[in-house]
Design a protein around this ligand. Structure first.
Ligand SMILES: Nc1nc2c(ncn2[C@@H]2O[C@@H]3COP(=O)(O)O[C@H]4[C@@H](O)[C@H](n5cnc6c(=O)[nH]c(N)nc65)O[C@@H]4COP(=O)(O)O[C@H]3[C@H]2O)c(=O)[nH]1
Length: 699
């Protein structure tokens, strides 16, 4: 108890309030430190306050004309006489420098002593301080364009400052503070929400924080934010709702713009991947509820790179915009189209038939429409182009709940469509997943094969003249996978191209071939070897430099090597390609156009290429005896080669009859199973050492 008393004494002593305790005669019994400090500053030093009488102090002030002192004296006496429980008074106590206000509270202290009364004097803000604070507030509100308002809970009238009028686009003459008029200026969709917010604040006295739209008299819509709280009078009755109002239209517009940008492809204006995936997830939910099937289409433009290469990126962009517009034109409102990557689009049609077969038919029809829309010629600023698309389709049946998985399925199906020869569509099936798994295994295996050696080997397929003399061989890569066995190059070369391993693989083949040539040369077995060069390898920077390095390392003459290029290599970056080929030719390497007749190179372009040989593709040779078209094409190649001063060789020759026919057409060099398949280096070496075996067997 004593400790508590000591604590309360200490608190009073060090309080910022000026405290005086008097008895019923007005004699001062106690003053705290704040009172002594204050009276010293204002009344000069008084040695012993406890010998003073507070009533006398008041009387002296009354005598000098201080009316508040009279009120104070009256009130304090009333408390001492028990006429009231306590007494408060606001009174001025002005110094020459400033005007100050104090609050006097007189309270009896029966628990301390009979007739004792405590007088607390607390300072208010000075008027100049008050004015300054008001000015500061007004300045800050002005700078922040903050409207300040007050709603009188008794009269239901609003009191606005000038910023409120500006925000609402009204003038004081038009708006007189009527609540009904104010409510009418709110956007009708937001009105009831705001009224609910207001009612909640008035019933709970929680601060109001509400955002809504207003309609200016000009018809302009603005977004505003209001914050307010209930204020109370001295008697404890709430009297006002006082708050601020901010025009946040610019902020909301910027946010909307950012949101749009975040969900939109800037080139085509289509939704981007983020938005698309969201819609796809919704479509999955719909099909999970068993309502209907949906379909996802993955559309990849075929050879789009050529448009960029020949017409520049602006032509590519223009084409993408046209394709986007065309695809969009054929869509229903509930469909979503998105550009997911450079030349890749995805289309979602969420509500097809609830019957699987019908939904598949609908999706197939739609894919046909997509192919047709893409295929239609496009007029660009400087050219007219024709492009096609490969479309992968997967049905959304609710069984798969991951949007990402569905996207992978459609992507796999799209790759299949490309493999089928492009400009077509393909449905996803489980087999594709197995193929994709195998692809991944092979990709991993190929990396390992390149790293550890032993699995890759080069075979050589003899190339013969009509006299059966061996004129060379084609180097063909073989891969013995440790678990999966022999993997055909048609399977692993495209994988190597896709995963970026082809360059390393090609460099390895070229270097190994040089090593083999060096060995045969040292054993006096001269031969010319053709090495296949994939498009990616051909276009990689430093390709020729690496080949030169290998030739130098193994002391191999460039004249003992030929490079086989496919027409597809030549169609990309035509000017760079030409320059590349010229450099290769200058190095002494001969260039062979492989698979001739399968591409679309124009004759005028072919004429410019530094080629040494045309190779007739085995697809023409296969049916040369039965298909008049193939025979006609095959026939033109030796004629063309002759006119251009080039050599010609036919590949895939399997029968004597084919060879005879080719010979009649003017082709005198052959490669094919009729002579030998691709042989291991040792077997080919045996053939080289004893060419008679070719004559002896088969031919
Ligand atoms: N049906 C039939 N086929 C015959 C006949 N004669 C030869 N062939 C096959 O035809 C392909 C000729 O090679 P290609 O057109 O350059 O086609 C090659 C080539 O494009 C690619 N390839 C093979 N090795 C390499 C390489 O080291 N680098 C690159 N970039 N591609 C390679 O893989 C393709 C396939 O190679 P292979 O499976 O070895 O298949 C070889 C060969 O075995 C025949 O009489 N009948």
């Amino acid at each position: 108890m004593e400790a508590v008393l000591e604590l309360s004494q200490a608190l009073v002593e060090h309080s910022a309030s000026h405290v005086v305790v008097i008895d019923e005669t007005g004699r001062i019994r106690y003053v705290n430190a704040a009172w002594i400090r204050f009276s010293r500053e204002n009344r000069g030093p008084v040695d012993d306050w406890t010998n003073q009488n507070y009533f006398d102090v008041c009387q002296r002030s009354i005598d000098s004309g201080d009316t508040s002192a009279a009120l104070a004296l009256h009130g304090i006496r009333a408390v001492i006489e028990g006429k009231c429980d306590d007494f408060t008074l606001e009174y001025p106590c002005h110094s020459p420098e400033e005007r100050r206000w104090f609050l006097l509270r007189a309270m009896p202290l029966p628990e301390v002593g009979q007739g004792l009364v405590a007088l607390y004097h607390d300072r208010f803000m000075s008027e100049s301080e008050l004015r300054q604070a008001k000015e500061r507030l007004a300045l800050a509100a002005d700078a922040g364009q903050i409207g300040i308002w007050e709603y009188d809970l008794e009269t239901h009238k609003l009191n606005w400052d000038h910023w409120m009028y500006r925000i609402y686009g009204l003038s004081p003459g038009v708006f007189d503070g009527e609540k009904a008029l104010w409510l009418r200026s709110l956007h009708e969709d937001d009105r009831s929400r705001l009224e609910t917010d207001l009612a909640r604040t008035l019933s709970t006295h929680q601060p109001l924080d509400s955002e809504f739209r207003i309609l200016r008299p000009s018809g302009e819509i603005r977004h505003v934010l209001i914050k307010a709280q209930v204020s109370w009078d001295r008697a404890g009755f709430r009297n006002h709702l006082t708050g601020i109002c901010l025009d946040i239209t610019d902020l909301r517009q910027a946010e909307a713009q950012m949101l749009e940008m975040a969900f939109q492809d800037p080139l085509t204006g289509l939704p981007n991947r983020v938005l698309f995936m969201d819609r796809l997830r919704q479509a999955i939910k719909i099909s999970q509820r068993g309502r209907s099937y949906g379909a996802l289409f993955y559309i990849d433009l075929d050879h789009f790179k050529r448009v960029n290469d020949t017409g520049g990126h602006s032509a590519g962009d223009e084409l993408l915009r046209v394709i986007a517009a065309r695809l969009k034109h054929d869509m229903r409102d509930e469909d979503t189209l998105c550009r997911i990557g450079g030349d890749e689009f995805i289309l979602l049609t969420p509500e097809l038939s609830p019957d699987h077969a019908t939904a598949a038919k609908q999706a197939s029809l739609l894919a046909g429409k997509i192919n047709a829309a893409v295929q239609h010629p496009i007029t660009l600023a400087r050219s007219r182009v024709k492009i096609s698309g490969s479309v992968g389709i997967t049905l959304i049946d609710g069984g798969i709940s991951s949007a990402e998985t569905l996207l992978v399925q459609a992507d796999l199906a799209m790759y299949k469509a490309k493999g089928k020869g492009r400009n077509t569509s393909h449905f996803y099936d489980a087999q594709l997943q197995a193929e994709a798994r195998r692809r991944r295994t092979l990709e991993k295996g190929l990396r390992a094969a390149l790293d550890c050696g032993g699995q890759l080997q080069i075979f050589y397929q003899p190339q013969v003249f009509e006299t059966m003399a061996i004129v060379g061989a084609e180097a063909l890569l073989r891969w013995q996978h440790p678990r999966l066995g022999s993997i055909p190059p048609q399977e692993f070369i495209p994988i190597a191209e896709d995963c970026g391993l082809i360059e390393e693989l090609g460099d390895w083949v070229f270097n190994q071939t040089c090593a083999q040539l060096a060995k045969w040369s040292s054993e006096h077995l001269p031969v010319k070897i053709s090495v296949n060069l994939s498009a990616r390898q051909f276009h990689q920077s430093g390709c020729l430099a690496k080949m030169r390095k290998s030739m130098k390392t193994w002391h191999v003459e460039a004249s003992s090597l030929k490079l086989e290029l496919t027409e597809s290599v030549l169609l990309e970056n035509t000017e760079d390609t030409l320059e590349n080929m010229k450099q290769m030719q200058l190095s002494g390497l001969q260039l062979v156009l492989d698979d001739f007749g399968t591409g679309y190179s124009s004759l005028s372009y072919l004429k410019r290429l530094p080629l040494s040989t045309f190779k007739i593709d085995r697809s023409f040779v296969r049916d040369i005896l039965t298909d008049a078209n193939d025979a006609a094409i095959a026939q033109t190649i030796p004629t063309l080669a002759d006119a251009m001063g080039l050599d010609v060789i036919a590949e895939g020759v399997e029968t004597k009859a084919q060879m005879e026919m080719l010979r009649e057409m003017g082709c005198h060099c052959f490669q094919g199973f009729l002579f030998r398949p691709a042989l291991s280096a040792e077997d080919f070496e045996r053939v080289l050492r004893d060419p008679g075996v070719l004559l002896g067997e088969g031919v």
